[in-house]
Write a protein that binds this ligand. Structure first.
Ligand SMILES: [Cu+2]
Length: 165
């Protein structure tokens, strides 16, 4: 189960706090009835095989939409993963069929929960970079987004500070 091992290795990095500077955050993107807010990635160490991505999606329409995938130039695939605690161990698994955002609902992909899992990395995003990528939805289609890159192990796009005023 190489995926499980890689994911576990990635999670382990969350133990190390970083004080590197925060990446700039892009303005929310509108795609049909969806608002896509604060797409961000975690920087990865050289040689990493997977990278985690996060974003907040609001559905202001009257029909559900489903996030089915994501892409960035330095990864060969991007899928949606869930994360859960099982017997004190964090486990992640692909979300089959994608992640549905119901009308009026906000879905937040964040560390410790749903996330984008980019695999087959051919490069390493660095904290402070911005990365042009896409999110793919069943209804809204493929939407260009700009991911900001937070430091390795960051728990929030600003580099780990979870309090916003
Ligand atoms: Cu994952």
């Amino acid at each position: 189960m190489p995926m499980k091992i890689l994911c576990t290795a990635l999670l382990g990095l969350g133990l190390f706090a970083s004080t590197a500077q925060a990446a700039p955050e892009a303005a929310p993107v509108k795609a049909g009835d969806l608002t896509i807010d604060t797409p961000w990635l975690r920087a990865t160490p050289n040689g990493a095989k997977v990278a985690g991505g996060y974003v907040r999606i609001v559905n202001t329409g009257s029909a559900p939409d489903t996030l089915t995938g994501a892409s960035v130039p330095f990864a060969t695939s991007g899928e949606i993963h869930s994360m859960s605690m099982e017997g004190g161990v964090m486990k992640m698994a692909p979300v089959s069929g994608g992640l549905t955002i119901k009308p009026g609902e906000t879905v937040e992909l964040k560390p410790g929960g749903y996330h984008l899992m980019f695999e087959g990395l051919t490069g390493a995003p660095k904290a402070g970079d911005t990365v042009a990528g896409t999110l793919t939805f069943q209804r809204a289609g493929t939407v260009p987004v700009t991911f900001s890159v937070a430091p390795i192990g960051a728990s929030a796009p600003g580099g780990g500070h979870q309090h916003h005023h």
